[in-house]
Design a protein around this ligand. Structure first.
Ligand SMILES: *Cc1c(COP(=O)(O)O)cnc(C)c1O
Length: 442
């Protein structure tokens, strides 16, 4: 075991330390044999095969990696992930993860309180934000007593994440149950339209199972007006879920909390530490003002387990049964950073977004951003067909310079999008980016 881990760790460190010499996206790579051979393989053979897969991997450590919400991982979190695998505990039940279950409960309670959900708050870890959002809506529906109600509606902004549509599909609701509300010029949900839509639903006798605010939309990082949405929800007795997969972590810092105002007025929040803080995937939490609602909704009893020492086993507080100890890498990573490290990470991301915005502003571009660290742009006034051709060609020219941006379709036009969450991205990359983009414009 020791020899194996040492050799694999050395190989990984070598991959890390040479990451700046490889581009963000590898060229074509060779995949090793997939099926297990008749006889077990030696350590050397296994590591050689592993290397082939590593050679073909996306490279989040390269300073030009700014396409998506996938930053370089924290060292402490990588070590914790290794240890978690070695412990092989199971968050399904307390007797299979005595310390880790308590660690998860404790950390969820700390995070929920830090985001403003109050001293009774808490939550559960989930393998990804899509699952956190799904669980939030299932809890909201249960809470509203709308479980067999086929006509129930969910309101969110037109820029909300695709996982909400998927959640409704799993919940057995038709696609029309998801009601997108238009956004204003800043990409945030328009309150008058939401109010009108809620009134209309009431007139039509359609029950509302939840309103979803997005704190950090996926293309431009816009933040919905959570305070005003909470007021509308409260007066109507509707659950407010905040999809803070991208933006909620900003509330962990005094300096940046104002970017996601009134987050604590939510009934539930999705937060994805995997997206900016460098916690390896997957790391997502569903946090609730009233965490006991999780077991109230999901508990089935676990007849083959000793009773829970607290209120309910981990496997009764969500959709997943057997679950890895994802909390370990989150806990150790956050402690490696400390509050000052978290703030520095957030500040760096904001500073890079501002700098890029400053560099691009003089160019004839339509810029879309928000208070966070995302920036999307396309040629000013371009038509859909021209914007698509421009984005394809410019993305390739940027890749030629080892800069990787993404190419979202937003408002009917393809944009290029930069996510400035990679701490290795510096002035040099931002200057090159500006040069390439400038040269791409007529
Ligand atoms: C990424 C994202 C999600 C989904 O999270 P996954 O971990 O990819 O499942 C949900 N909402 C928003 C706003 C996101 O950006």
């Amino acid at each position: 075991m020791e020899r194996f881990l040492q050799a694999a760790t050395e190989q990984l460190c070598q991959w890390w330390s040479t990451s700046a010499q490889r581009s963000p996206l590898p060229l074509l790579s060779v995949l090793p044999e997939v099926a297990p051979p008749p006889e077990g393989q030696s350590l050397q053979a296994l590591l050689a095969d592993l290397q082939l897969v590593m050679d073909g991997a996306f490279n989040p450590l390269h300073p030009g990696s700014m396409a998506h919400l996938d930053p370089p991982p924290l060292a402490a979190s990588v070590a914790a992930e290794l240890v978690a695998a070695g412990l092989n505990n199971n968050l399904l039940a307390e007797e299979l993860s005595p310390s880790l279950t308590r660690l998860e409960r404790g950390l969820c309670a700390w995070l929920a309180a830090a985001l403003g959900l109050g001293d009774q708050s808490g939550g559960v870890a989930a393998s990804g934000g899509s699952l956190s959002n799904l669980m939030a809506l299932v809890v909201a529906r249960h809470r509203a007593g709308l479980a067999g109600e086929a006509g129930a509606l969910v309101f969110c902004s037109a820029d909300a994440h695709v996982s909400l549509g998927k959640a409704l599909m799993v919940m057995g609701l038709p696609a029309e149950a998801l009601r997108p509300v238009p956004v204003d010029g800043s990409g945030a949900l328009a309150i008058p339209q939401l109010e009108e839509a809620l009134d209309q639903a009431q007139r039509q006798g359609r029950p509302v199972l939840a309103v979803v605010a997005t704190a950090g939309t996926t293309v431009r990082g816009a933040v919905d007006p959570i305070g005003a949405m909470a007021a509308l929800c409260r007066s109507r007795g509707i659950w407010l879920h905040v999809d803070g997969a991208i933006g909620a972590v900003f509330a962990l810092s005094d300096a940046h909390r104002g970017r996601v105002p009134d987050l604590g007025l939510a009934d539930s929040i999705t937060v994805n530490p995997q997206k900016l803080l460098g916690i390896p995937k997957s790391s997502s939490l569903l946090l609730l003002r009233q965490p006991s609602l999780l077991a109230a909704c999901f508990a089935t009893g676990l007849p083959y387990m000793e009773p829970s020492w607290a209120d309910a086993h981990g496997g009764e507080c969500g959709l997943q049964g057997t679950r890895p100890a994802e909390v370990l890498k989150l806990w150790l990573g956050l402690r490696q950073l400390g509050l000052s490290g978290i703030e520095a990470l957030l500040s760096g991301a904001i500073a890079r977004r501002r700098r890029l915005q400053q560099l691009l502003e003089p160019l004839p571009l339509d810029l879309c951003s928000g208070p966070l660290h995302l920036l999307a742009f396309c040629p000013q006034g371009s038509e859909a067909v021209a914007a698509e051709a421009w984005s394809l060609e410019t993305r390739q020219r940027l890749l030629d310079q080892q800069l990787m941006l993404s190419r979202p379709l937003y408002g009917g036009r393809h944009h290029l999008k930069a996510v400035l969450g990679n701490p290795h991205t510096g002035e040099e990359q931002l200057q090159t980016l500006r040069r390439v983009v400038e040269a791409s414009l007529p």
